[in-house]
Design a protein around this ligand. Structure first.
Ligand SMILES: [Fe+2]
Length: 236
C-alpha cells in the first residue's frame, strides 16, 4: 500500500494518537447525540448536530484531553457530531482567509467493525470555496452547490502533489471502493488509511484531501472539530 510515498517524514500532514479518550468520555458524547437524534439535520447523507465545541458536554469531556495536543484556545470554526451510512466523497475543508486543521474523534462504529478513514498526500492551492470531488456523480449535485463540487482530482488544477499513476489497487479495493466512487475518482492520489477507532484522535491539515473509508459497517459516528491555525505550527 502506498503510504505517504511522496512526502518526507518531517512534512507529515496528519497525526494519529491511539487510546486518547476513555470509554466513559466517548459514551457520554454518544448518549448525548442519541438522545437528540430527532434534532439532528441531514446534509449530504450525514445526520449532524452542529457547533459541538460550544456544548458544555464537549467542553467538559473533550477539551481537557485535546489540550495535551494543541492549544484549545485557538478559534474553533465549527463542525459537527455526525452519523452516516454511506462513505463520503473525497474533499477538503478549507476556509478562505486562513489555514486550519481538522480534529476527528471517532465515536462509534456499528457492530464494532474495523473502519478506515483516508487522508491523501494531495492538497489544494485554492481556498476560495470548499472542494468535493464527485467524479461521475458531479451532474447529480444541485445547481446551488456546484461552486463547491468538482469532478476528478486528477484533472483538477487546484490539486497539488499529484502522482502520475492510478490509485494503489490494494488501497482502492480495501479502503476506498464504494457506490459512486470508482478508481478514476482516486487517480493520481496516494495516501494513508488510518483506523477509525473510538478512543483515537486524528488531526490533519484541512487542505489535504480526505474521505471516509469503504464502509462495511451499517453506520458510524464521529465528532469533527476544526480550528484556525497552521497544522505544522500548532499540533504537537
Ligand atoms: Fe472533512
Amino acid at each position: 500500500m502506498q503510504i505517504a510515498k511522496f512526502l518526507k517524514e518531517n512534512q507529515m500532514h496528519y497525526k494519529i494518537y491511539e487510546n486518547v479518550f476513555d470509554q466513559t468520555r466517548i459514551d457520554t458524547i454518544v448518549e448525548y447525540y442519541d438522545n437528540r437524534f430527532a434534532d439532528t439535520h441531514l446534509t449530504n447523507g450525514m445526520y449532524k448536530i452542529e457547533d459541538p465545541w460550544n456544548l458544555a458536554i464537549v467542553q467538559e469531556n473533550i477539551k481537557p484531553v485535546l489540550s495535551s495536543y494543541f492549544n484549545t484556545d485557538l478559534e474553533n470554526i465549527g463542525d459537527n457530531i455526525y452519523k452516516h451510512n454511506d462513505p463520503y466523497f473525497p474533499h477538503c475543508d478549507t476556509s478562505v482567509d486562513y489555514p486550519c486543521f481538522n480534529v476527528l474523534i471517532p465515536l462509534k462504529v456499528h457492530n464494532d467493525l474495523e473502519q478506515k478513514f483516508c487522508i491523501f498526500d494531495q492538497y489544494i492551492n485554492d481556498f476560495t470555496s470548499g472542494a468535493t470531488w464527485m467524479g461521475k456523480w458531479y451532474a447529480a449535485a444541485s445547481e446551488f452547490e456546484h461552486n463547491k463540487k468538482r469532478r476528478f482530482p486528477f484533472k483538477d488544477s487546484i490539486v497539488e502533489n499529484k502522482t502520475d499513476v492510478d490509485i494503489d489497487e490494494e488501497m482502492f479495493t480495501r479502503c476506498l471502493e464504494a457506490r459512486g466512487r470508482d478508481r478514476l475518482l482516486f487517480k493520481n492520489l496516494s495516501g494513508i488509511a488510518v483506523n477509525f477507532t473510538p478512543g483515537s484522535l486524528i488531526i490533519f491539515d484541512s487542505k489535504h484531501i480526505h474521505c471516509t473509508g469503504r464502509m462495511d459497517c451499517d453506520w458510524k459516528m464521529g465528532l469533527s472539530l476544526r480550528f484556525k491555525g497552521e497544522f505544522d505550527k500548532e499540533v504537537k
